[in-house]
Design a protein around this ligand. Structure first.
Ligand SMILES: Nc1ncnc2c1ncn2[C@@H]1O[C@H](COP(=O)(O)OP(=O)(O)O)[C@@H](O)[C@H]1O
Ligand SMILES: [Mg+2]
Length: 272
């Protein structure tokens, strides 16, 4: 095809399309709609954050992207192909500390994923696993079993395992929510470092505004139950750095949208 026949300046390639997706659970009390008619695209190389209050359907949506849950309507596509089941092209880091195989060591957990997902030999997988254990600061713990590790260290293993497999997209469901504030900050910075180093495409779920701004390049705010997309914020580099006026301004704006800020409260008083 001649070059002049092509559309100019193609937009960044869509890694993931979530297209008019609704997600429901059948319970004894009836059908629960967790997510209603949600659409968004994650572009290659970006870190998209879904931010919303507890119960708005973030984990449900991430599970659907992971292929663990089928949409009641709509479609999820990865690189244009419909998602039908879990696969190594979408590695998930969960919030829970029990996502590692307890009978395998740190390097064993990473190597196991590498052998299954990338078909590496035992020796190759061990080599790559040791490298990744080192990159997340667990070089000395490569032969330790999960039950001997702290929560933060377990999350590091899960993150290393996900990155090592080099999936098309990394899915993270509040991976630091169960950590203390200091560890959380450190891990957010470490995650950012890995993302920037590898250029990984990420879909991150969180209920914390500061985490959304710090970690993501774009944030979608979800409304409470059932979850829908309520707003979208592009987060420029300067607004991702804690302590900048841009960070504070965006944090306040999103806070106001989610919870009703000081201005909204004042207007209510005037109206009465
Ligand atoms: N396995 C399930 N069975 C029935 N309802 C569920 C199940 N998991 C989640 N839900 C409901 O779906 C809604 C969204 O839950 P969830 O995706 O966990 O929200 P979030 O991750 O944003 O806190 C909630 O109302 C929750 O009670
Ligand atoms: Mg959740």
């Amino acid at each position: 095809m001649p070059a002049e026949g092509r559309a100019p300046a193609a937009p960044a390639k869509a890694a993931l399309d979530v297209d008019r997706v609704s997600l429901r659970y059948a319970t004894e009390a009836g059908i629960v709609t967790a997510v209603e008619d949600v659409s968004f695209t994650v572009r290659t190389g970006e870190r998209l954050v879904l931010l919303g209050p507890s119960g708005c359907g973030k984990s449900t949506l991430l599970r659907a992207v992971g292929g663990f849950l089928k949409p009641a309507s709509g479609e999820i596509r990865l690189g244009g192909a419909p998602v039908a089941a879990p696969g190594p092209d979408r590695m998930v880091v969960f919030q829970e500390f029990d996502q590692l195989l307890p009978w395998r060591t740190v390097s064993g957990n990473i190597a196991f994923a590498l052998r299954r997902a990338r078909g590496l030999s035992r020796a190759e997988a061990r080599e790559v696993a040791l490298d990744w254990a080192g990159r997340v600061g667990l070089g000395k713990f490569a032969d330790a079993f999960p039950h001997t590790l702290s929560g933060g260290m377990k999350q590091r293993v899960a993150i290393a395992r996900a990155f090592a497999v080099q999936p098309a997209i990394l899915l993270m469901d509040e991976p630091f929510a169960a950590l203390d504030a200091l560890s959380r900050r450190r891990m957010q910075d470490e995650l950012l470092g890995l993302c920037e180093e590898t250029g990984a495409t990420c879909l991150v779920v969180t209920h914390a505004i500061d985490e959304a701004l710090h970690v993501g390049t774009r944030t979608l705010v979800m409304s409470p139950h059932p979850g829908r997309i309520a707003a979208e914020y592009d987060v420029p580099e300067v607004a991702r750095r804690r302590g900048t006026p841009q960070f504070a301004a965006l944090e306040a704006e999103i806070q106001a949208r989610l919870f009703g800020g000081p201005r909204a409260a004042a207007e209510e008083v005037v109206d009465v």
